[in-house]
Design a protein around this ligand. Sequence first.
Ligand code: LMR
Length: 333
Amino acid sequence: MKLFAILFSWISACLLPSHAVQAQQEPIVIRFSHVVAADTPKGKAAVRFKQLAEEATNGRVRVQVYPNSELYRDREELEALQLGAVEMIAPSLSKFGPLGVREFEVFDLPFLFPDEAALHRITNGPIGAGMLQRLRLKGVIGLAFWDNGFKSFSANRPLLAPSDLTGLRLRIQPSRVLDAQMRALGAQPMTMRFGEVYAALEAGVVDGTENPPSNFYTQGMQDVQSHFTVSNHGYLGYAVIVNRKFWEDLPSEVREALEEAMRKATAYAASISQAENDRALNAIRASGKTQVHVLTETERQAWKKALSAVSVEMEDVIGRQLIADIRRTIGTR
Ligand code: LMR
């Protein structure tokens, strides 16, 4: 019976005109896994990429987006990508250490980037391109940097001065820079997957966390954190990466169409990130559950001072030259 089916499909393929055979071709499927909610800068950019990619390839490529750690969680998604179990992911830049490229943690340095324009001089310039290039050795190709935004601290007590974090257990991503940052503030860093943070806060396993408002609000953290301090002390963004073999085996016209779709999705991510975070911050305020405090300039200077040693401390981990090049490029040396 099986043999008959195979024979039948072979004979029909031979008899069909070539364009019909092409139409029968299996689509190229890109499984795009990520860990945040669909209603975030990354979640929306992933869906935009799907639309653009499918349109540009006339449906030859199908992109399946899996948000909220549905398919894989933080570290697992990196392993899944290397093994070819998914084709595309966009981990936070703080999560590349386990891949053996610690220099991505330079983006975690507190108060390194004064604003998004300075950050884009790095992510859109030769330094960013060089960093993505280094990923090839790890079996992945870096396609783009996507924005989220600047992070804030939260806890169940007011956080006005750096010393307010003393003794608190704070959830971090797996980054040595973030570990050093929390220690410099007298807090106890605890590495944890993103999908587990809400439950850990609720259970009191950790006392606080840091993230841009969009990630905080879409996980419902306002239900379990009474205070949120807009500190903008560090940046959170992503590198969109694909499995190298998958990418290099694509027909060149498909790859070019996908590169163009990625360029447009990247511009889209940059255009919505600030508004998405503003919207989330307003929603946190409106929830009435979490008190929002925006640091005054004097308070901000005190946090800056408390964290000023982290950069020097981390030179050996992320590279003194890279830090110097970034500072020179953005003019903060
Ligand atoms: C986190 O783990 O806190 C974030 O990096 C999640 C994300 O991908 O934005």
